[in-house]
Design a protein around this ligand. Structure first.
Ligand SMILES: Nc1ncnc2c1ncn2[C@@H]1O[C@H](COP(=O)(O)OP(=O)(O)OP(=O)(O)O)[C@@H](O)[C@H]1O
Ligand SMILES: [Mg+2]
Length: 869
């Protein structure tokens, strides 16, 4: 990267920053600023634009959409299409211009259809992704602007806060209690402290003054000078590639393996047809083309497109309900989700936290408690929580005491407390605030109402613990505070100093329950989704909330107990437990993994830094728009409105998507497959090909067009009321019943045409074309629902594409237009017979689908998947 910088500097010496060494953290800030032609108050927009042109956007992986020619090329080189085009060219060369023209038109028609649909879907998804993209606070033109991370350039100065992602590599110019999580690069799960200054070593572990793209800030505030962006950044490439990868869901894998199965069958069938044709009539271009056309008809070539379009439609509809899908395939998991884990604050409560009182150890009002907590909140560095905000929102004391910070141990979710070493007049003191039960265990004395201290004996300890419990049961969140005098010379503290403390008392906070949560949870439960609460808060508070909201929950497990359980033992317990309290961040992830081990499809919704591991571990990671960057980045789905109600909507949408893709799968595996199979068999016994090759292709194209409406279709309420998972058994059962039915009617048609009407080539082909396309298209109205077809109304778009497709087919076959493609007018009795066959087929399909589509109960289904995590 140095080389490119040097080259560019020669081209435009005045504007371009000088090269910075790889180990940029060994340079002093001034030198770096100078080299990058940057200033602490940031670049101007003009400078930044110039650099953006030069260095490119700050993207580690350029995920530009493939261009139109690339998409076209990709499809033309697909083996079947390529063979088809070559064969058509040979037809043309041998003088059969008609075949050539028709085949080329049909092939490009279907490719165009595919590309247009896919592009539309991609556009929708990209717009959605952009709407929840992460931004950064960048100093530009002397002001702080919220910019998309792509726009960041070397030399930019960025302000970072706890919970945000580091958007590029850079040097810490200043910072307060900066803690970075670099696990994504180093695998080290604990946060590392970062301080401004100059590092001595070139090793990455020496870079205590640098931040790297793709990592996150878990504590403190930082101002950073960007040194490298995009692919030049040290680790950006890794982190972005991790984020961009979309692993296929169980559903996608299932559909894919079905596609492969069909493909193999196709190969077998085509070879078989070719061989028998060769033996019977010798090798001819027409029979070769016929075999290839059959293969084209059989391959579920539209499946990827239908999947994408259906998912994109689903995403667009979710967006209308304020749910943004970042990873498309998460929609399936959303529909399949049968357990939803949620944290408490913000999802079940309003997250409007108010400080409602402060109490001494004896339970009496104590302004001193407020004062101490306030000092802690004010001076402690690192992550500030909404509890700190609530305390600091109180009016400040009339005479603020002259006080200064010497050192501190910032809050973390494992310890659940924060300590600060303060100097107040002649006194040097530790002030610790945090989860009260744990804090009480670190205390050996209590402060009494008159300010003197008394030893804390077991009886007093039990009494205070009982009092805390009682407050919690009334829904009050408590934060304890304790202190200890330190030697005047003390300059630093460590966690070991959080011991032998004097207990001062507790502050109480209220966070009103979200009234809408009751109904939202009830809807989820009704939809077959079990709701579990995983909170860092104390048991009584969580229980009080559950009672207030009347949530149906059983069982309770605390983080302390989970710490002693093995993963296997935890997996046993999670099933029967719905409330998890005093849970540390990594434990949140463990619980989610344990549930997945039990065969559940698990969703997790949370907004904090501490929720990110669980959001990541879940099948469906959910966060809210106001959540921290890390939580939003880890999530697959973002709720724009922090309302659980939209979740139930989203689940429905996921299931609708599933239902529609299953419709396409069913169409492909039954009637389409049956028709092509019949044609292959017919070619063996008929003295001529049942359809000319380009007629097979035309049949296929019209059929594809008719199916474009499937992603728009509505789904029966019955389909939406339970989680659904891909089930190969169901697909096979359906295929084995409906496939033969379709073939049975085809064979009957052949017989009637040959022996009843003595049809010759043209008439046979015309009649067969009409019969096969009509049955193939119209059966969608039967198999799109498990209920009697007339009780479930199809979406108008599906009606339009299906009937439109059929109309085009009939127009081609039955009017003089058809002469060009080798069709002839059919006599009225034959037409009437075809109509009768089609009607009979639809009636038979309606009857048989009751067996083919019988729902397997959810209990049985879950029992089957449980053993296979
Ligand atoms: N700023 C702070 N200083 C000291 N202790 C804190 C602070 N913030 C939170 N705590 C303690 O840590 C505990 C866990 O934090 P928190 O409640 O945010 O976790 P959580 O898992 O996100 O909970 P929730 O389910 O309510 O969202 C709190 O109950 C409180 O006791
Ligand atoms: Mg939380």
């Amino acid at each position: 990267m140095d080389r490119t910088l040097t080259a560019e500097r020669q081209a435009a010496p005045t504007l371009v920053p000088q090269p910075v060494p790889d180990a940029f953290w060994t340079l002093p800030a001034d030198a770096l600023l100078h080299a990058l032609e940057a200033r602490p108050d940031g670049l101007s927009t003009a400078e930044a634009d110039e650099r953006l042109r030069r260095f490119g956007p700050n993207l580690a992986v350029t995920t530009t959409r493939s261009s139109l020619p690339a998409k076209l090329a990709k499809r033309i080189v697909e083996p079947l299409i390529a063979i088809l085009l070559i064969a058509a060219a040979i037809s043309g060369a041998t003088g059969d211009w008609q075949s050539f023209l028709i085949i080329v038109a049909i092939v490009f028609g279907s490719i165009g259809l595919d590309i247009a649909q896919e592009r539309q879907a991609e556009k929708t998804v990209e717009a959605l992704k952009r709407s929840v993209a992460v931004t950064a606070s960048v100093r530009r033109d002397g002001r702080v602007a919220e910019l998309r991370v792509e726009e960041i350039v070397p030399g930019d100065v960025i302000e970072l806060h706890a919970g945000e992602l580091v958007p590029a590599d850079g040097l810490l110019l200043s910072g307060q209690g900066v803690l970075a999580n670099e696990a994504i690069l180093t695998g080290e799960p604990y946060s590392v402290e970062k301080r401004p200054g100059t590092a001595t070593g070139e090793a990455l572990s020496d870079a205590s003054n640098a931040l790297f793209g793709g990592t996150s800030l878990v504590g403190g505030e930082a101002v950073m000078l960007v040194t490298e962006t995009g692919r030049n950044s040290r680790f950006g490439a890794i982190s972005t590639s991790l984020q961009e990868r979309e692993p296929p869901t169980a559903f996608e894998r299932g559909v894919h393996s079905l596609g492969m199965l069909i493909l193999r069958l196709t190969g077998f069938l085509v070879l078989f047809v070719l061989l028998t044709q060769m033996i019977q009539h010798g090798l001819s271009l027409e029979s070769f083309l016929f075999a290839v056309a059959l293969a084209v008809g059989l391959t579920p070539e539209l499946l990827p497109m239908v999947m994408t379009v259906t998912l994109a439609r689903g995403a667009a509809r979710m967006a209308a309900r304020k749910v943004v899908v970042k990873r498309l395939s998460a929609i399936h998991d959303f529909g399949a989700m049968d357990v939803l884990c949620t944290d408490k604050t913000g999802t079940l409560t309003e997250a409007r936290i108010a400080h409602v009182g402060s109490f001494g150890p004896d339970g009496s009002d104590s302004p001193r408690v407020t004062e101490w907590i306030r000092l802690n909140s004010q001076f402690v560095s690192g992550l500030h929580s909404n509890l700190d905000d609530a305390i600091l929102a109180d009016p400040a004391p009339a005479v603020p005491q002259a006080c200064s910070r010497i050192d501190d141990i910032p809050f973390d979710f494992e310890r659940r407390r924060a300590s600060v070493l303060l100097s107040r007049g002649a006194m040097t003191e530790i002030v610790t605030k945090g989860a009260p039960e744990a804090l009480l265990a670190l205390c050996t004395e209590v402060e009494q109402a008159d300010g003197t201290t008394a030893p804390l004996d077991d009886a007093e300890r039990a009494r205070i613990a009982g009092w805390m419990d009682q407050q919690g049961r009334q829904g009050l969140r408590l934060l304890g505070v304790a202190r200890r005098a330190m030697p005047a010379a003390c300059r630093t503290i460590s966690a070991a100093d959080e011991a032998g403390l004097v207990f001062v008392g507790c502050a109480a906070f209220m966070d009103p329950p979200k009234a809408s949560a009751t109904e939202a949870v009830a809807r989820l439960v009704k939809a077959g989704v079990r709701v579990k609460i995983i909170s860092g808060d104390a048991a009584p508070v969580v229980q009080h909330l559950v009672e207030t909201l009347r949530l149906p929950t059983r069982g309770l497990l605390a983080g302390e107990a989970i710490a002693t359980l093995t993963d296997a033992a935890l997996a046993e317990r999670v099933e029967e437990t719905d409330l998890f309290v005093r849970i540390a961040p990594d434990q949140k992830g463990r619980i989610v993994r344990a549930l997945r081990l039990r065969g559940h499809t698990v969703g997790f919704i949370g907004d904090g830094i501490n929720d990110a591991p669980a959001i990541h571990a879940a099948d469906v990671g959910l966060s809210v728009d106001g959540g921290t960057d890390v939580a939003r980045e880890a999530a697959d789905i973002i709720l724009l409105a922090p309302d659980l109600g939209v979740l139930a909507d989203g689940v429905e949408e996921g299931r609708r998507t599933y239902a529609n893709i299953m419709k396409y799968v069913r169409m492909g595996t039954s009637s389409n497959f049956g028709n092509m199979l019949s044609m292959a068999l017919a070619s063996l016994v008929l003295p001529f090909l049942p359809l000319a090759p380009f007629q097979v292709l035309l049949n296929n194209l019209i059929y594809d067009v008719s199916e474009i409406g499937i992603p728009f279709d509505t789904a029966d309420p019955e389909m939406l009321s339970q989680p659904h998972r891909w089930d190969m058994h169901e697909v096979l059962r359906f295929t084995l019943i409906m496939g033969p039915l379709s073939s049975l009617f085809d064979i009957a048609t052949f017989m009637i045409l040959l022996y009843g009407f003595g049809a010759q080539v043209e008439m046979f082909r015309t009649a067969w074309f009409v019969e096969s396309i009509a049955t193939q298209i119209l059966v969608i109205f039967i198999i799109r629902t498990a209920k009697p077809a007339w009780t479930s109304r199809a979406h108008p778009v599906l009606v339009a594409t299906s009937l439109g497709g059929l109309a085009v087919a009939l127009l081609l076959a039955l009017t003089p237009l058809g002469h060009f493609i080798g069709f002839v007018a059919l006599p009225a009795p034959l037409l009437a017979t075809i109509v009768a066959i089609v009607v009979l087929y639809l009636v038979a399909a309606e009857v048989l689908k009751r067996i083919a589509m019988r729902q397997v109960g959810p209990a049985r289904r879950r029992g089957r998947t449980r053993r296979a995590p």
